[in-house]
Write a protein that binds this ligand. Structure first.
Ligand code: ACO
Length: 310
């Protein structure tokens, strides 16, 4: 049995913070941010909206899209580094608010690779027949751990949520291969003290190497070639990092999902948000091969190849 995505949804806060708005808040420029990162604007959640609220909105859409009811869900896995509270977890909050009465619930902490970690966790419960339907959520309210006086980090991040329902899919579809990894010795390059602390250059070097390598590895593991890829969905951290991974896969620009200009880096939410964007643009069809890859604080990374369709 193969595990795949059977429903998907996302939520983005309404408030837009543009590069020009940031120019008024700190010593930066629209030109610097756009050329160094590809970001033009990002969404910021208001004070009344926390991660669980955004996750709830995205999850409701994913469950409706899957055509199941909350009572059908066996497990909830939320990838986040910005939970409302260390405990209870966002997943437990969702379990209650959704009315997912029989669902087990836990959060996963793997920063921007968290959504891939969550999907692979779900895949294994589904493919061993332990559970049938698992809700996997990526959500971040990074604005609450951003130092708005630090131009090195404040320009990069945004808030948002994406969710998928995973379940059994027909033969040949679903997750075909994956790779997960971690290198705790690089923890010092990206961590949360009170706010996000980052050595941008070190993270950049790591990301360029890992995103390319992991993407190539999952294709190889699935017995696929670069030409088989219909769409490449990298974690949206920096357009230059994304571009280098795309070139490593020898893909034309139109095969890479790009949402960073509108939403910035939303960490674990960036991949599911981008999948919805591509679906809405009609760029994902049944039997398309999708490669997803993420990297983040930890350091962590994860990639998977998936054949779309139920
Ligand atoms: N506006 C204007 N100037 C700035 C800004 C800003 N917002 N930020 C930094 N600068 C300055 C620096 O101070 C530096 O000036 P200096 O040379 O006088 O010291 C200059 O710009 C160049 O800095 P670099 O660090 O060389 O810039 P670089 O081209 O490396 O880009 C960036 C920086 C965008 C942060 C890049 O290194 C990067 O994207 N790294 C990866 C970061 C990342 O992806 N993090 C998220 C990981 S995911 C997660 O887990 C949350």
């Amino acid at each position: 049995m193969n595990a795949g995505i059977i429903g998907i949804g996302r939520y983005l806060p309404e408030k837009i913070l543009t590069n020009h708005d940031l120019e008024k808040m700190m010593d930066t420029s629209d030109e610097w941010i756009r050329t160094r990162t590809g970001i033009e604007e990002r969404r910021i959640a208001d004070d009344q909206t926390d991660s669980s609220d955004m996750a709830f909105e995205a999850a409701q859409k994913a469950i409706a899209d899957a055509g199941i009811s909350p009572e059908d869900i066996d497990m909830i896995v939320t990838a986040t580094v910005t939970p409302d509270t260390p405990f209870p977890s966002v997943s437990c909050m969702l379990q209650d608010r959704l009315g997912a009465k029989k669902a087990a619930a836990m959060d996963v902490s793997a920063a921007c690779a968290g959504f891939i970690y969550g999907m692979i966790t779900a895949k294994n419960f589904i493919e061993t027949n332990a559970y049938k339907y698992i809700l996997v959520v990526g959500v971040e309210k990074l604005s609450k751990i951003t130092d708005w006086e630090d131009r090195n980090t404040a320009v990069l991040f945004g808030d948002g949520a994406g969710a998928v329902v995973m379940g059994p899919v027909s033969e040949g579809r679903g997750i075909l291969s994956f790779e997960l990894g971690a290198d705790g010795s690089g923890g010092k390059y990206l961590y949360q003290d009170k706010y996000i602390m980052m050595n941008g250059r070190e993270v950049f070097k790591f990301a360029v190497r890992q995103m390319g390598e992991s993407s190539v590895n999952v294709l190889e593991k699935a017995g696929l070639s670069k030409e088989d890829v219909s769409i490449f969905i990298p974690h949206q951290a920096n357009i230059r990092i994304m571009e280098s991974a795309r070139q490593r896969l020898e893909l034309p620009p139109e095969k890479m999902s790009k949402t960073i200009h509108k939403y910035g880096n939303t960490s674990s939410a960036s991949i599911p948000i981008s999948i919805v964007e591509e679906l809405e643009a009609g760029k994902i069809k049944d039997d398309d091969v999708i490669v997803m890859v993420g990297f983040g604080g930890g350091l962590t990374w994860g990639a998977l190849a998936l054949r779309w369709g139920r």
